[in-house]
Design a protein around this ligand. Structure first.
Ligand SMILES: Cc1cc2nc3c(=O)[nH]c(=O)nc-3n(C[C@H](O)[C@H](O)[C@H](O)COP(=O)(O)O)c2cc1C
Length: 492
């Protein structure tokens, strides 16, 4: 059977929901849910009265104790009172408690299980390689829910690829951690994150290993993975250009403008012929979300395209309805643009930002937000002076970051993506000085949005798929239908 032509890309936190992935999979394409921050999404939903029926799915989860625990601790039948802040799960450490791992596995299970219901289509789980300590428990929960594909971006997921078959076999798995040991120079050098399925289930079953589809920015990375990994650990690639929504690969020349905009050049263009020559299916992502992009992908031997930006504004996405409508309307009236920010994300990767008002994209909103780090997904590991394995994030309060050995210059301009991305999907934490502000991301493709209109700012996943196959009449003609393939953003 030939692979589907369209992957709906994973979009965190909670943008590529199970509703979106399910609809895309029902259409015979690949729907990918996001595992990033999934524990926070699920426990916040439970506190909102469980609008999406997580309790029903948790009741089917084989680790019944943790499922019951989550419901007992977080479920609020009436939802939260106005202004009431959310209760948090304990932050997942670098040497975490088994309980914390079980929560990650259980919550990921719910997302994949819901996406998988009612069809035989393909559902994937997306994770970020940078967030290493979440990877293994999230994949295990997804495996228990019958996930078909694991896709990992933002890094080189070499070790991850080797761990997936172990998890499927119910065996312990481990990932090396890159720890800053400069404050404890005598410390032993190797640090490992460990996860054992036997800590979740008494008798871990033998599960089907999913396909593994890393997201790479260049043919060089694809070749490295292909050379170093056994053939059955790697099933293809998504090759993503820096015009894609979300995080982008840093420019290979390491050049940034004074305002921290990355300056890409020819070296950031993947050699697609070299990728094709590796002989595995591949998908093109980043500016390919159009009938023309799909035709081009097929013409260079790709299986198809991975699309995120267009899907992010569908009725099935995790954004509240009012948010998608406002964003679609403003994109059509020309009141919103897309910029590539080199500083904003603590990962150090460039991040696409929608310049929307009342979000952290506005200087005033950014300046007014009091720095708080209470979710910690992007914390990086370091050893403190006593040799303890700790985490720090350049978006946390600057003094705290400094006290943890961070360079205050690194902290400049960083935004708390954890809180902002949860605010985007309607789960803003309430602080004494008001709710956490959002910060939206989307690719360059949104600047010429072919779906919805200012008058009718709405469309759904079916509209996107029909449009990509050329079966939808766009509300606005695409700017230059004769143009060649989409290309990475050029350098100035
Ligand atoms: C709102 C949004 C969030 C995203 N989050 C992630 C993510 O968490 N992990 C990831 O690998 N890619 C992420 N992406 C990238 C998409 O999965 C996809 O590869 C990309 O959007 C394709 O290019 P396009 O934006 O031109 O459609 C995100 C994209 C968007 C628009």
């Amino acid at each position: 059977m030939s692979p589907p032509n369209i992957i709906q890309g994973g979009m965190g936190i909670g943008v590529s929901t199970w509703r979106l992935a399910r609809r895309v999979a029902q259409r015979g394409e690949i729907g990918i849910v996001s595992g990033t921050g999934i524990d926070a999404v699920v426990v916040r939903e439970l506190q909102e009265g469980d609008p999406h029926g997580r309790r029903r799915v948790l009741a089917e989860y084989p680790d019944a104790d943790i499922a019951e625990d989550l419901v007992d601790r977080f479920y609020q039948p009436e939802g939260r009172a106005p202004g009431e802040s959310y209760d948090l799960v304990n932050m997942h450490g670098f040497d975490p408690s088994v309980r914390s791992q079980r929560i990650l596995a259980a919550t990921t299970f719910t997302e994949v299980r819901l996406a998988n219901e009612g069809h035989d289509g393909l559902v994937g789980l997306n994770l970020l390689a940078k967030l290493k300590r979440y990877t293994l428990p999230c994949i295990y929960g997804a495996l228990l829910a019958g996930v078909d594909i694991v896709s990992i971006g933002a890094g080189i997921p070499m070790e991850e690829a080797r761990q997936i078959p172990k998890l499927a076999a119910g065996e312990p798995a481990a990932l090396g951690l890159d720890v800053d040991t400069s404050q404890a120079p005598d410390a032993d050098g190797a640090f490992t994150y460990r996860f054992d399925p036997a800590d979740v289930l008494d008798d871990p079953p033998m599960l089907d290993a999913p396909l593994f589809l890393p997201i790479v920015s260049s043919d060089v990375l694809a070749r490295i993975l292909d050379t170093k990994l056994p053939d059955d650990h790697l099933d293809g690639w998504v090759v993503e250009t820096p015009v894609a929504g979300g995080h982008n690969a840093p420019p290979r020349n390491k050049n940034y403008a004074e305002d921290h905009t990355p300056l890409y050049d020819d070296r950031d263009e993947a050699d697609l012929e070299a990728v094709r020559a590796l002989g595995k299916p591949f998908y093109l992502a980043g500016g390919y979300g159009s009938p023309r992009g799909l035709r081009f992908a097929r013409s260079v031997g790709a299986a198809g395209i991975q699309v995120g930006s267009l899907f992010s504004l569908t009725d099935e996405s995790g954004y509240p309805e009012g948010t998608t409508r406002r964003l679609i309307r403003r994109l059509h009236t020309g009141d919103l643009s897309v910029s590539t920010e080199g500083r904003v994300s603590s990962t150090g990767f460039p991040f696409k930002v929608l310049t929307a008002e009342d979000t952290l994209a506005e200087d005033e909103v950014y300046a007014e937000r009091r720095r708080v780090c209470d979710l910690g997904y992007l914390r990086e590991p370091y050893l403190d002076g006593k040799g303890r394995l700790m985490g720090r994030c350049p978006a946390e309060p600057v003094k705290t970051y400094e006290s943890r050995g961070g360079d205050p210059e690194e902290a400049e301009g960083r935004a708390c993506l954890c809180n902002a991305l949860l605010a985007n999907i309607g789960h803003a934490q309430r602080r004494t000085d008001g709710p956490e502000p959002p910060l939206f991301t989307g690719g360059d493709a949104l600047e010429d949005l072919p779906l919805g209109s200012a008058e009718d700012p709405q469309y759904d996943a079916d509209d996107v798929i029909d449009y990509l196959y050329g079966e939808h009449t766009p509300s606005r003609p695409s700017a230059d239908p004769s143009a060649q393939a989409p290309r990475p953003a050029p350098a100035d």
